[in-house]
Design a protein around this ligand. Structure first.
Ligand SMILES: [Zn+2]
Length: 55
């Protein structure tokens, strides 16, 4: 089963989602250029975060 993450959904992920989308999350976060100033999540695409800041 391989569900695709919706864009802009990283900040809204629950614990179950993290396990379901593990490989995709690794790709999104391992070369992070942005950090969410509200949720402390990181991503390589600012569209994945609700309050992105470049790092
Ligand atoms: Zn956020």
């Amino acid at each position: 089963m391989s569900k695709k993450l919706k864009s802009g959904s990283l900040c809204k992920l629950g614990k179950c989602d993290i396990k379901d989308h593990w490989k995709e999350l690794v790709e999104i976060t391992q070369k992070s250029c942005f950090l969410c100033t509200k949720c402390a999540r990181s991503a390589n695409d600012k569209k994945r975060l609700c309050k992105p800041a470049a790092i």
